[in-house]
Design a protein around this ligand. Structure first.
Ligand SMILES: Nc1ncnc2c1ncn2[C@@H]1O[C@H](COP(=O)(O)OP(=O)(O)OP(=O)(O)O)[C@@H](O)[C@H]1O
Length: 666
């Protein structure tokens, strides 16, 4: 046999996942070109590990693997799991992989028809997740056969398949090997079906116990079935396993140079791979209604909910004990007189949208405040009007009794800082309104007792900003950061379901996977951002005073950093729960950090000194500066915001690169 006739040659292959978990122990194997090689062994003996080493997804620790094919496109790999996007239809899956392998038009149509017929698959419009286990495995096999590779590596292709169909699959494989000179390596648990292969390899405990044509092996071991041969070989091997284990661990080879991967990495970037990735993402979006909802409506709904939830508190009530009115109410006094002037004050309070609940005494008002029925109470003394009049008319001061009677006592519930501040402001404003009223209606001279301070037109921002005006920036940036995170986690789904593994074996690179996904993520992100900005700034009327373009650019940049963060989660996590914890943990941490929902001036000095490295703090400051203070890019706070986000993008890309390198995924 010449070198070129060997499709797969494995020499002294060693592989372990941990020092004491040696999987391959100097395994040797030869698979000739144009043959079917059935690879048998009990569960956990290392069959899949060996196949992964052959297709270049795992590194051998020692030994070598030489393949007849020179490129990844020459291999058709069917992993043990289904490894297909289950939301897609059969047709979409074929179109996706067809594009990945550069098979298009009539050619793809013919191959699809032939393979669907051969594998007795139902209509191509069926969604994979609605197929039976056996049918899904056949679609997986179809994809491995689609690009007509020279070497087929099939990990248990006949599990859960009807015996008749299993027979026809075997027939097809045998035909492919004899007529088209394809080489097929197949693992199976069904030992007897392996008789149809040209060669059988029996593996146990990381070594091949026997290798050869099925009839020859059976004759050699004087058995009627392969099952019996395997049993006999296993008995022979049994007994001295512990001593063998120790020997292998002690003498485990440690070559100076790590064995090379059997197939060199192909091009880093090809348009077919990139386009196929975009196609896959679009198919996925088309099929997943929840994703549509989450991607297109959720951001808008979040904004509307935010506006509904954080609008200014309404319906606040204060208790009122107006002792001037103990002998009547405001209507029972003549409008011509200015007694009791406290009625004008209570009217002014009500004009500030504060409800007043009348109490007969302080004790009752206090009790109501303690039961949260009112947010505090206002106490007006019996001689308020006369005393107040005396106070404003006197140029030499008044005695203590008049002073006390002319004062209005206010006791507020201090448990809610925001409401307390609102009420204080409303009472102050009411008092100024009251002064204006008595000046106009009663002709009392009051100007000299007003605050000697005037609040002019604001330098920046609105005259009466609300909490929503402040926190909308935090909410917007939070959503903009986490929206791309949610979509980039689709790459984690691909990884967990084995789709990524299949694609990498097929020659796709991480760069193509990430850029294809990024392209779709960013298009979605632009749409989502536009809809959110329309809601917040168009519908709810928040104001952008400065450069709109600069604000949009910053939002986009924050989205890119969110996307990179999503990829960090996707490449580092191997479980969806870990990814969820990581995303939620970051969400809570970012939420609590200053700059988003609380002025940066309130941050601890340590946090303030490292704000540049905090995820959104500098960005929120910069966005606030651009939108409320009209600062340009040359303002230190604005360019620091951009630099901080850029720093995160570079750092996160570096982490992605290192993790992928460490996982030997590039
Ligand atoms: N990435 C990994 N890290 C650590 N251990 C692993 C890893 N992959 C596989 N193993 C272990 O290596 C051993 C061989 O696994 P492998 O999947 O190759 O067996 P197998 O022969 O294909 O089994 P089955 O027929 O059940 O699929 C098992 O004990 C498995 O737990």
């Amino acid at each position: 046999m010449t070198e070129t006739e060997k499709a797969v040659e494995i020499r002294d292959a060693y592989k372990r996942y941990a020092p004491n978990a040696v999987i391959l122990r100097g395994l040797n194997m030869t698979v000739e070109r144009g043959t079917v090689y059935a690879f048998l062994g009990p569960s956990g003996c290392g069959k899949t590990t060996l196949l992964k080493c052959i297709v270049g997804r795992e590194h051998l620790d020692a030994g070598e693997i030489i393949l007849g094919v020179q490129t990844k496109a020459g291999i058709g790999y069917m992993p043990q799991e289904i490894a297909l996007l289950e939301e897609l239809t059969i047709n979409e899956t074929i179109a996706y992989y067809g594009r990945m392998f550069g098979i298009l038009g009539e050619d793809l149509k013919n191959r699809k028809y032939n393979l669907l017929t051969l594998l007795e698959l139902p209509s191509g419009s069926r969604i994979i997740k609605d197929l039976s286990g056996g049918q899904s495995r056949r679609v997986s096999l179809l994809i491995a056969l689609l690009h007509d590779p020279m070497l087929l590596i099939l990990d248990e292709p006949t599990v859960g398949v009807d015996p008749l169909l299993s027979h026809s699959i075997w027939q097809h494989l045998v035909e492919l090997s004899s007529v088209k000179k394809k080489t097929i390596m197949i693992t199976t648990h069904y030992i007897e079906e392996a008789r149809q292969a040209n060669k059988v390899g029996m593996m146990r405990e990381g070594v091949l116990l026997a290798e050869g044509e099925a009839p020859v092996i059976m004759e050699q071991y004087e058995c009627d079935t392969l099952e019996d041969v395997f049993l006999q070989l296993s008995y022979n091997q049994e007994g001295n396993e512990e001593i063998e284990d120790k020997k292998v661990i002690e003498n485990y080879p440690k070559p100076k140079v790590k064995p090379k991967l059997p197939i060199p990495e192909g091009k880093w970037f090809t348009s077919d791979h990139f386009i196929s990735n975009i196609m896959k993402n679009l198919y996925f979006l088309k099929r997943s209604k929840i994703s549509w909802f989450m991607l297109f409506f959720n951001p808008v709904i979040q904004c509307i909910l935010f506006e509904m939830a954080v609008s200014e508190p309404k319906g606040l009530k204060l208790g009122l004990i107006n002792e001037e009115l103990f002998n009547g109410d405001c209507d029972s006094f003549s409008n011509e007189t200015c007694f009791p002037s406290s009625c004008k004050f209570t009217t002014a309070i009500q004009e500030e949208n504060i409800g007043l609940v009348t109490f007969e005494n302080i004790k009752n008002a206090e009790s109501a405040a303690k039961k949260n029925k009112v947010w505090g109470y206002v106490h007006i003394h019996p001689n308020f009007t006369d005393s107040f009049y005396a106070r404003i008319m006197s140029s030499k001061g008044v005695d203590d009794d008049i002073l006390e009677q002319s004062e209005i006592d206010v006791s507020l519930d201090m448990s809610n800082q925001y409401i307390r501040n609102m009420l204080k402001k409303a009472l102050m404003t009411s008092f100024l309104t009251y002064l204006d009223m008595v000046k106009t209606d009663c002709h009392w001279e009051v100007d000299h007792i007003k605050y000697p301070m005037r609040l002019n037109k604001p330098v920046h921002g609105m005259e009466n900003p609300t909490f929503a005006d402040f926190s909308v920036i935090g909410v917007l940036l939070m959503i903009e950061f986490f929206l791309p995170v949610t979509y980039t986690l689709a790459t984690l789904k691909d990884k967990l379901e084995g789709v990524q593994e299949r694609n990498l074996v097929s020659g796709m690179t991480y760069l193509e996977i990430l850029t294809g996904n990024a392209m779709v993520t960013l298009v979605l992100f632009v749409f989502q951002s536009a809809s959110m900005l329309c809601v917040l700034y168009g519908f709810y009327g928040h104001i952008i005073d400065g450069s709109f373009a600069l604000a949009i650019l910053l939002i986009f940049w924050v989205g890119v950093s969110g996307m990179c963060f999503g990829y960090v989660i996707a490449v580092t996590c191997s479980r969806d729960t870990t990814a969820l914890y990581m995303a939620l943990g970051t969400y809570v941490a970012i939420n609590n950090l200053g700059g988003l929902f609380w002025p940066i001036e309130g941050m601890h000095t340590i946090l303030r000194s490292i704000q540049f490295v905090l995820p959104l703090t500098c960005a929120a400051n910069a966005y606030r500066g651009i939108t409320t203070q009209s600062w340009p890019i040359t303002h230190p706070i604005v360019y620091t915001g951009f630099l901080s986000v850029t720093f995160h993008i570079v750092l996160l890309c570096f982490i992605i690169f290192v993790v992928i390198k460490l996982q030997k995924r590039l």
